[in-house]
Design a protein around this ligand. Structure first.
Ligand code: E4P
Length: 218
């Protein structure tokens, strides 16, 4: 499963890249507005693309097809790594089809049902982003949606990649892997939670204490 980092924070991105852990980045307007300050968001997208060798999702903010196309083409022209993110609306699907026909990769976001995911695939999306955590937030079964989309795409041989999004904790990641999501986009905090295990820490302490008794060097 590919791991994308769900952030526009360059410090966090560099930390994960240094560890060789990530295959791409997703952003959304809220994540960009958290870090941008007075910086031009386009500059942020460029810097992320220079830092990460993989798909970098940058989202349109228009809601009508024609303006989405203008924004999508501008975003795609920033760097080869850019994947244009559009919302799962009628206009978003139309924009997705047009951009895909032009050879621009599209991530259809804000997906909350298997039927929406079917339409994203039909519209030529490279990625579809089902929002697991936000479904859990309203007493739904977020992971069930990943299961359903996996089944639909496998039944009909769609090659749109399932990008599990709105991941809130390590078990969302584990379940995404077990279901066979193609990718999961993970907030930095959750990525580093995945590293930790108390038995690793305890085991390491024991090894180091025993080695110390030798008084030897490597
Ligand atoms: C996906 O691409 C979104 O950026 C993100 O996963 C949304 O997560 P949230 O529900 O935690 O805001």
């Amino acid at each position: 499963m590919k791991i994308f980092l769900d952030t526009a924070d360059l410090g966090e991105i560099r930390r994960a890249v240094e560890a060789g852990l990530i295959d791409g980045i997703t952003t959304n307007p809220s994540l960009v507005s958290k870090v941008a300050g007075s910086k031009d968001p386009k500059e942020i997208y460029r810097e992320i693309c220079e830092t990460v060798d993989g798909p970098v999702s940058a989202e349109v903010v228009a809601t009508d097809k024609e303006t989405m196309l203008v924004e999508g083409r501008k975003l795609a022209a920033l760097h080869d790594n850019i994947v244009v993110k559009v919302p799962l609306t009628e206009d978003g699907l139309k924009a997705c089809r047009t951009l895909a026909n032009e050879g621009i990769r599209v991530n259809v976001t804000l997906c909350f049902s298997p039927s929406q995911a079917l339409l994203a695939a039909k519209a030529g999306a490279t990625f579809v982003s089902p929002f697991v955590g936000r479904i859990d937030d309203v007493s739904g079964e977020g992971m069930q949606l990943i299961h359903q989309i996996r089944q639909v795409y496998d039944n009909y041989g769609f090659d749109t990649e399932i990008l599990a999004a709105s991941i809130r904790h390590p078990m969302h990641v584990v379940e995404s892997m077990l279901i066979g999501a193609d990718c999961a986009t993970i907030p930095p905090k959750v990525l580093w939670q995945l590293v930790k295990h108390p038995l690793t820490d305890r085991g390491l302490e024991g090894f180091l204490a025993d080695w110390k008794k030798l008084g030897a060097e490597i």
